[in-house]
Design a protein around this ligand. Structure first.
Ligand code: ZN
Length: 315
């Protein structure tokens, strides 16, 4: 399996501010204002190395996309594109079974919690891996469960095996920055990711085809696509290559809960039918949406709880 510690070298990732004198076990850093800081690249590498040691101790075969404060492939950082391509190439060339990218998050100072991403067009195996690792991290850290989400991140999109990207906690949240600065907490995160991988592996999931989930997108419809792919039109509910064409692995079926908006409507009069995956509900006093009308609500019965994130930017 490939362990991918996010960022490195000239790409610091998120920056967290911690009290002066905090013992971190990481390189001493300051932010642009001269305050004592922890850099996401250092936290991710430390967790990645701890995860590597834990998995090897369990008999796992691992590789790291970087082992030092450098870009992917342990080379000096030049551009984000070159860095990300190197990480994907390492995993694809080695033919690893799974790819786990280790990150920590950035948003508002009050934002808190743990989340895990898989690619929008990912295999069922990747979704299961994301669910198992997210559950293990939430159990170990006790932070708010922000759920399993979809994204278009480069390393998820171009790797040819089940791939996930974990966001342990928020460096922009002072309490969580202090948590990530603690070597014992980083060990807990590493072991939780490892236990999640072990849970996934124990289920004997059949590996999907060794193809990247998608090729493209293209602005105009290509004449042909490689064997094993089919063409789809991209659109508003698809974060990858809006307004163009995309080659998607043949046989891929988007799970209902990850592609459909939560509701359609409302309508004043009852529609004669609703799209597949929805059921009609009457709106009313207890329903803030479209009082006195009809609403199509996504039918999630029997599907695992999966969130959705439309953003396709790099983490
Ligand atoms: Zn990151």
């Amino acid at each position: 399996m490939a362990i991918d510690p996010g960022h490195g070298g000239g790409d610091t990732g998120a920056v967290g501010v911690i009290p002066p004198g905090t013992v971190t076990g990481l390189p001493a850093r300051t932010d642009s204002a001269g305050r004592t800081a922890v850099f996401e690249k250092d936290v991710n590498l430390d967790i990645g190395l701890r995860l590597d040691a834990w998995l090897r101790a369990q008999g796992g075969r691992t590789l790291l996309t970087r082992t030092q404060d450098l870009a992917g492939g342990d080379v000096p950082y030049t551009t984000e594109g070159a860095d990300l391509r190197a990480r994907v190439r390492i995993a694809n060339d080695a033919g690893v079974d799974i790819f786990v990218s280790v990150h920590n998050n950035a948003l508002a100072a009050t934002t808190s919690g743990t989340e895990t991403f898989h690619f929008y067009y990912s295999s069922a195996a990747a979704r299961l891996l994301a669910r198992d690792v997210q559950a293990a991290m939430v159990a170990a850290l006790g932070l708010p469960d922000r759920g399993v989400k979809t994204a278009g991140f480069h390393v998820l999109r171009n790797t040819r095996m089940p791939a996930i990207l974990v966001e342990g906690a928020f460096l922009t949240n002072p309490a969580e920055a202090l948590l990530l600065a603690d070597p014992a907490a980083r060990q807990r995160i590493a072991e939780a990711i490892g236990r999640g991988i072990a849970t996934y592996s124990a289920q004997g999931v059949t590996a999907p085809p060794a193809l990247a989930p998608t090729i493209g997108p293209w602005a105009t419809k290509p004449k042909s696509v490689p064997a094993g792919y089919r063409l789809v039109k991209t659109g508003a509910t698809n974060p990858v290559g809006r307004g163009g064409w995309l080659a998607v692995i043949a046989g891929f079926r988007q799970p209902v809960e990850a592609v459909l908006p939560a509701t359609i409507g409302p309508w004043r009069t009852r529609p004669s039918r609703v799209p597949t995956g929805y059921r009609l509900v009457k709106t009313g006093r207890s329903n803030a949406v479209g009082r006195g009308g009809w609403l199509a609500v996504v039918n999630t019965a029997g599907s695992p709880g999966t969130g959705s994130s439309p953003g396709a930017a790099a983490p």
